[in-house]
Design a protein around this ligand. Structure first.
Ligand code: SF4
Ligand code: MG
Length: 327
């Protein structure tokens, strides 16, 4: 199936007081219709910046794409005239964030805010807009949608607000939904409900869903494919099963070992030692070497091949993949 979204060799930089931060360094991603792609990594690995570059909302801090393409159905969004680009981003690619409260306007009812999208983009009447808002609140499983449509954001719980955000994102029936840490602010039970909802909506609508998260524990059940990012690079890209069953990159392996295990109380919580590098000062050689249990001299000198092919849909970037896989 032809990709909905394809990011090719993307590079993003921004200036800081400490010099140029290289936030994204040659990222390649593919999202197909009906696919859920999880982009996984610690804070500061470039995953949000990648999403913002796709959406064209790289503004704070002032950052720019220095190289690469963002193809939506084969058309490069970075080279489209501004009005066409804006129209695709408004209608075809939607995004939700961690913080629903700050994304919603506190002075308007949720029904008004959802309805506004239909009025602005579809020329709907006030009445029609409200009817569609109720329909959407119902689709995101907000109980008694009809009686909640005139409520204000603060009258909803965190989880229900995130549902409202999802309803707004889906209003114009996008092909692609990008969700940046959509459940991070929620407690564990609600997290699972929202993930389940996103997965259901994705299936019903055969959307492409790009799920950005630092939490490997929340994506196992919903992702088809996982891209693991480190220091602005994709270090492993593989079907979800392979990632969990047999990670090929030491960083993926360490992330897996850091998932808290409910079935072994107090065990299994191995936080990866050390911190991700400052993006103004990425180590030479393999950027992961200061934290890597497999590192040898070559890792401190030479960067590993960016995309060593392990199987047809599987790549990783490491000098010692065979050793990590145990083959
Ligand atoms: Fe670790 Fe070396 Fe592989 Fe980098 S290239 S992940 S330092 S073993
Ligand atoms: Mg982020």
């Amino acid at each position: 199936q032809a990709p909905l979204l394809q990011v090719n060799d993307m590079h993003v930089e921004f200036r800081t007081r400490d010099g140029v931060a290289r936030a994204v360094n040659g990222v390649n991603l593919i999202l197909r219709p009906g696919e859920t792609l999880a982009v996984l990594g610690e804070s500061g690995c470039g995953k949000s910046v990648t999403a913002q570059a796709i959406m064209g909302i790289l503004d704070s801090p002032p950052a720019h794409v220095t190289k690469g393409e963002v193809l939506y159905r084969g058309v490069d969004l970075l080279r489209l005239p501004e009005d066409e680009r804006r129209s695709i981003r408004a209608n075809r690619i939607a995004m939700i964030f961690q913080d629903a409260l700050s994304a919603l306007n506190p002075v308007y009812s949720v029904g008004f805010q959802i309805g506004e999208l239909f009025r602005t983009h579809r020329g709907a009447s006030r009445q029609e807009a409200k009817r569609r808002a109720v329909e959407l609140l119902d689709q995101v499983r907000i109980p008694a949608a009809k009686s909640r449509v005139d409520d204000y954001p603060h009258q909803f719980s965190g989880g229900m607000r995130q549902r409202v955000m999802i309803a707004m994102a889906l209003a114009l029936d996008p092909d692609v939904l990008i969700a940046d840490e959509p459940t991070t602010a929620l407690d564990v039970t609600v997290q699972a409900q929202i993930m389940g909802l996103l997965a259901e909506l994705q299936r019903e609508r055969t959307m492409g869903l790009m799920l950005i998260t630092h939490d490997m524990g929340v994506v196992a059940d919903v992702a088809d494919t996982i891209a693991v990012m480190y220091a602005g690079r994709v270090v492993e890209y593989a079907p979800v099963y392979d990632i969990y069953a047999r990670p090929a990159h030491p960083y993926t392996k360490a992330l897996l070992e850091s998932i808290p295990r409910l079935d072994f109380k107090g065990r299994g919580l191995n936080v990866i030692g050390g911190l991700p590098p400052a993006l103004t000062d990425i180590p030479r050689g393999c950027p992961f070497h200061p934290r890597c249990a497999y590192a040898r001299d070559v890792c401190r000198q030479d960067p590993p091949p960016p995309a060593y092919q392990i199987a047809s849909q599987r790549i990783a970037s490491c000098h010692f993949i065979r050793e990590v896989l145990g083959v």
